[in-house]
Design a protein around this ligand. Structure first.
Ligand code: OSB
Ligand code: MG
Length: 376
């Protein structure tokens, strides 16, 4: 058992190496909330994946900061804990704010793993030695520009290409990519850009042999996705709609999708991510690990999570250099020519946080807890 003596919040600002465009907008840089927790001289970090704007989900870095400072940190600081699995109960009174909760809970899992001298992956129940990597390619200015991006990622060895799409950037794009690469694992992600009037249009995508279509309809929907799934041959995958294990069960039961994207921030932390993973595994539904343009801290957590057995499809966890000119962990995350990342076996995440770099990127900070150092 241990107590968290101090919690440090920081906002870092980090420009993306390449702009990333989805159906909800363009991201050129990130404002990121990092949490660092300390217990008996051991420290661990968590990354809050909430965006700057409430476009992917209703949380933002600013709501997460306030909720962490006012509600979550005080609860965690008072608690006697065994490990990350205690966090959902500690935070239970606070509804929602899952990305804020996940940042702290994930740090607690890492801290517990370090204390036990085991890898974070092992602590989570991971069994894979390597994880399979895919990439998510944003909407591009032209089809020619997209083909160039796909070519680069296929040559790098990535095992699955996911194309962001929206009305007007779909059929012709899929056709162009399929003509050039008839055999690759190809999927698309609409981030909720389509409506019922588009069902017939989406049904025509079956000819492209997509591995899946991710979250075509409303961000909070199961029912209309299940209507769509009945009308098409291609498997649907839900991302935004799945907030927890019960959502996963509802979606599977209603056949709103046949594949699940698990994002640890979206479901509120590793405990719920494992619960979603297990519920899907028991029902024969494959899952994969989504990404939220994370720094190395969130990325290292995604690697550990992806080592669980039912992460049987390539995820959106890719190399640091696709996002950042320089990451905030050492070594940076690299992907092999076979499109794999080895799962670290060292205690904790297996990566070292680059404090100097984080310090130079910090624009806001807050120390909480009686054990906190005065300045960080
Ligand atoms: O829907 O998966 C998504 C990025 C930001 C918000 C939502 C999504 C994404 C991605 C990028 O697809 C995944 C990544 O490369 O980190
Ligand atoms: Mg998605």
């Amino acid at each position: 058992m241990f107590r968290v003596d101090a919690i440090y919040l920081r906002e870092i600002n980090l420009p993306l190496a390449f702009p990333f465009e989805t159906s909800f907008g363009v991201t050129t840089g990130r404002r990121i909330l990092l949490v660092e927790i300390e217990s008996e001289g051991v420290t661990a970090w968590g990354e809050c994946v909430a965006g700057e704007h409430p476009y992917f989900s209703d949380e933002t870095i600013d709501t997460a900061w306030v909720i962490t400072e006012m509600e979550l940190a005080p609860r965690l600081l008072g608690a006697e804990i065994e490990g990350g699995g205690d966090c959902p109960e500690i935070f239970r009174q606070v509804r929602g704010h899952r990305m804020a909760k996940a940042a702290l809970e994930n740090a607690v899992w890492d801290l517990a793993a370090q204390r036990a001298g085991v890898s974070l992956a092992a602590m989570l129940g991971g069994t894979r030695e390597t994880i399979a990597c895919g990439v998510s390619i944003g909407i591009q200015p032209s089809i020619a520009a997209l083909l160039e991006k796909v070519e680069k990622e296929v040559a790098a060895g990535y095992q699955r290409i996911k194309l962001k799409c929206k009305p007007g950037w779909d059929r012709e794009v899929f056709r162009a990519v399929r003509e050039r690469w008839p055999e690759i694992l190809l999927s698309c992600d609409a981030n909720s850009a389509y409506r019922m009037k588009d069902f017939d249009h989406i049904a025509t995508w079956d000819e492209f042999g997509l591995l899946m279509i991710e979250q075509p309809l409303w961000y909070d929907d199961f029912y209309f996705h299940s209507m769509l799934q009945k009308r098409i041959g291609t498997d649907l995958c839900l991302d935004e709609s799945i907030r927890n294990r019960r959502d996963a069960l509802a979606a599977i039961e209603m056949e709103s999708c046949r594949i699940l994207n698990i994002k640890v921030g979206r479901v509120g932390g590793f405990s719920e991510a494992i619960a979603v993973h297990n519920a899907a595994a028991e029902r024969g539904v494959p899952v994969w690990c989504g990404g939220m343009l994370e720094t190395g801290i969130g990325r290292s957590h995604n690697i550990a999570l992806s080592s669980l057995p039912n992460f049987s499809l390539p995820g959106d966890v890719s190399a640091s250099r696709r996002y950042w000119t320089r990451d905030i962990i050492m070594p940076e995350v690299e992907v092999s020519a076979a499109g794999e990342i080895p799962v670290p076996t060292a205690a904790g995440t297996g990566f070292e946080v680059d404090r100097g770099r984080i310090e130079s990127l910090t624009v806001r900070r807050q120390s909480l807890g009686s054990g906190a150092r005065v300045a960080v």
